[in-house]
Design a protein around this ligand. Structure first.
Ligand code: ATP
Ligand code: FE
Length: 335
């Protein structure tokens, strides 16, 4: 089975080809236009998708070394995401499916972040069901109980900002360029995480909140800079380490709670923030300390990509789970 997968939910135009659960090609065109605005501009994203989608799909088919005739089905991201962005991928997938007379498969982007763990990779093992997925990205923060490929339940999520936003907005306050998450991670490595203390939010159950942290960082920095204009430069690494430590603690507190509630100790992470060295270290420590088994996917499958859309497409194909040409994009789309 050959699946051509298309992803266009946010600011990356991506296409991939899978042969069964094995990846043959994985192309991502990252849109640079947003950088100077310090965040994704929806109108520009949609326009860039329109420019990128044809070359990206061509390249995915070329690199996979297959013929268009070989394609068994087309999988695409139906949502969640930016409407203008989703529409480009959805419309293109529909017309291509019609043109090639192959079935069409709709994919939930958040489900795909989780099933990315099932793309065949030599040096990565797959989580066993049931497992808990911690999906942490620029747009989402979720704990999902995964019972099998298609039976998933969100048991905790953010009530305001996503964890990636907490990183990026804190970085912005420190004058770092967008996206600042990776820079906070970099500077944190040489900083003292106990140098400054930021209070953790009190949120019931397994839900998260990150907007308070951003405000706390803002007020703290403003106050310090009033007293010492060079405060940020002189303490950059310590500030970054302290912010990162607080964010990781918030995530780990809820994860521990989720393990306690469900009795599940298989933990799989996904989303762009799973690149963070602080959260990785905390997870590896938890393996030793609490007997968890943790799974971190290959880096290219953590940020937005079409390979993960393709693996969901493959499992849906096996289930005969197709959609018809009346399907539409959906900006808010629950798991
Ligand atoms: P979504 O996947 O929810 O649509 P997105 O596309 O914005 O959102 P990703 O591409 O998965 O998200 O991840 C990008 C986010 O990950 C950004 O907020 C970025 O700052 C953050 N990030 C990437 N690397 C690191 C890191 N090493 N430490 C902290 N944050 C990081
Ligand atoms: Fe994503």
């Amino acid at each position: 089975i050959y699946i051509l997968a298309i992803e266009s939910s946010c600011d990356d135009t991506a296409a991939a080809v899978l042969k069964n659960d094995t990846l043959l090609s994985n192309i991502v065109a990252t849109q640079e236009v947003h950088r100077k605005y310090g965040g994704v501009v929806p109108e520009l994203a949609s326009r860039a998708h329109q420019q990128n989608i044809v070359p990206v799909i061509h390249q995915a088919i070329d690199e996979a070394n297959i013929d268009k005739k070989d394609i068994s089905a087309i999988a695409f991201t139906k949502g969640p995401g930016l409407m203008g962005s989703l529409l480009v991928g959805t419309s293109f997938a529909k017309s291509l499916a019609m043109g090639l007379s192959v079935p069409l498969i709709e994919v939930n982007h958040m489900q795909a972040h989780i099933l990315a763990h099932f793309i065949a990779e030599e040096n990565f093992s797959k989580p066993g069901f049931p497992f808990l997925a911690l999906t942490i990205s620029g747009g989402h923060t979720q704990i999902v109980k995964v019972s099998n490929y298609f039976e998933m339940e969100v048991i905790g999520q953010t009530i305001d900002d996503a964890v990636g936003e907490a990183f990026d907005k804190s970085a912005k306050i420190l004058g770092l360029p967008y996206p600042g998450g990776p820079l906070i991670d970099k500077y944190a490595k040489t900083g003292n995480h106990l140098a400054f203390k930021f209070t953790k939010p009190k949120v019931a159950g397994l839900d998260f909140s990150f907007s308070g942290l951003k405000t706390a960082v803002l007020y703290f920095i403003q106050k310090q800079v009033r007293e010492n204009p060079n405060f940020i430069e002189e303490n950059r690494d310590d500030i970054c380490a302290s912010i990162q430590y607080t964010i990781v603690e918030i995530l780990m507190d809820k994860l521990k709670k989720a393990v306690k509630q469900t009795g599940i100790k298989e933990i799989a992470i996904g989303g762009g923030v799973s690149a963070n060295s602080g959260i990785r270290k905390a997870l590896y420590d938890a393996e030793a300390k609490y007997g968890w088994k943790t799974y971190v996917p290959k880096f290219e499958y953590t940020t937005d990509n079409a390979a993960m859309i393709g693996i969901v497409g493959y499992y849906k194909y096996l289930n005969n789970d197709f959609c018809d040409l009346s399907v539409t994009a959906q900006a808010r789309y629950e798991i």
